[in-house]
Design a protein. Structure first.
Length: 94
């Protein structure tokens, strides 16, 4: 079950569905009450700020791409960390 969750988040990231991946990770981490909560909140805030900057047209394409890639990389790292978190693994496995 946990592997399926990880696969779903990874697929969402692979399809550039960043908001969906953030929401899925946020739900898991909030339910598991782990130390990873601050990481997902930070990544979510960075993504919202990036979207705001894109709407305001204040970033070049290169800056936008770099910022987006950093967020995606952070989300993949968080997926790996949550995969090693016993609390998260136990919660999803139920």
């Amino acid at each position: 079950m946990f592997d399926k969750f990880i696969q779903q988040v990874s697929e969402a990231l692979g399809n550039n569905e960043i908001e969906a991946a953030i929401a899925q990770l946020q739900n898991l981490i909030m339910m598991a009450d782990t130390e990873l909560l601050s990481d997902i909140v930070l990544l979510s805030a960075r993504y919202k700020k990036l979207q705001s900057d894109i709407r305001k047209d204040v970033l070049s394409y290169d800056e936008e791409t770099k910022a987006n890639n950093k967020i995606v990389d952070g989300l993949f790292s968080l997926v790996k960390k949550s995969n090693r978190s016993p609390t998260a693994t136990a919660l999803i496995s139920k």
